[in-house]
Design a protein around this ligand. Structure first.
Ligand code: URA
Length: 236
């Protein structure tokens, strides 16, 4: 890959910034200044320094975001703000998109990436990726209804839900539910099916990822190398 292409893909410099930096000796490849930004490098093997800073190659970007209320999980929307608008402008040049959907009023863990293949795998129904949500319900959940919801209920469109797991808090009107699928408004519709109602929903885990408790609503961070590895290897 050309050096200038590499630096622009990594969001470090435009092509003209790269060629000007190269001319001034600001680009160093494996310890030797490179005056020509069109030179080819191997981004996975060569050590590239741009203006004194090492630029490590990342093929894809993975962002964990704590979704606030009122944002839609889409790349654009004519009406409501999207989760992508919570990221700084320098991320706009990547083809980022939310991996999966949360309702506008659902909070919590949202993965944003530009790795289409991985997103496809994680979202495919045959992979059964586990997602856990903290929830509150209008009424305490009876033991009978908990058993029904765990075994599978019939939604308003006739769909039979797959087995789920529910862990209840004291008082039985809040807890955590884990699903291995993600139909439209699924948890809300599951609780509707047992004549209850979801009043609060927050995703706290998605596959191998757990929502970082230090992220406030609307805050985000890139995944650590360990999280990235766990995600890329998940259910392969
Ligand atoms: N189930 C819902 O009802 N809503 C969500 O946002 C996610 C799961």
């Amino acid at each position: 890959m050309r050096i200038d292409k590499f630096l622009s893909t990594m969001g470090i410099a435009t092509r003209s910034e790269s060629s000007s930096a190269a001319r001034k000796g600001g680009i160093v490849v494996n310890g030797t200044p490179c005056r020509d930004a069109s030179k080819h490098i191997d981004p996975e093997k060569d050590v590239i320094i741009y203006c004194g800073r090492e630029v490590t190659y990342k093929k894809y970007r993975y962002i964990m975001l704590n979704k606030p209320d009122g944002y839609v999980s889409a790349t654009e929307d004519g009406k409501d703000p999207t989760v992508l608008e919570l990221l700084p402008a320098e991320y706009r040049k990547f083809n980022l998109f939310p991996c999966g959907r949360l309702d506008k009023n659902t909070l919590g863990l949202m993965l944003i990436t530009d790795n289409g293949e991985l997103a496809h795998r994680l979202l495919s129904p045959k992979h059964h990726v586990k997602k856990t949500y903290a929830y509150k319900s209008k009424f305490p959940l009876s033991e009978e209804d908990r058993i029904l919801l765990e075994a599978g209920v019939t939604l308003d469109d006739g769909y039979e839900t797959k087995p789920a797991q529910i862990e209840l808090d004291e008082g039985r009107a809040s807890g955590r539910i884990t699903l291995i699928e993600g139909k439209y408004h699924q948890i809300k519709r599951m609780f509707d099916a047992v004549k209850n109602k979801i009043t609060y929903l927050e995703r706290i885990s998605f596959g191998p990822l757990t929502l970082d408790a230090s992220l406030k609503r609307g805050e985000w961070r890139e995944l650590t190398d360990e999280e990235t590895r766990a995600l890329e290897e998940y259910e392969k």
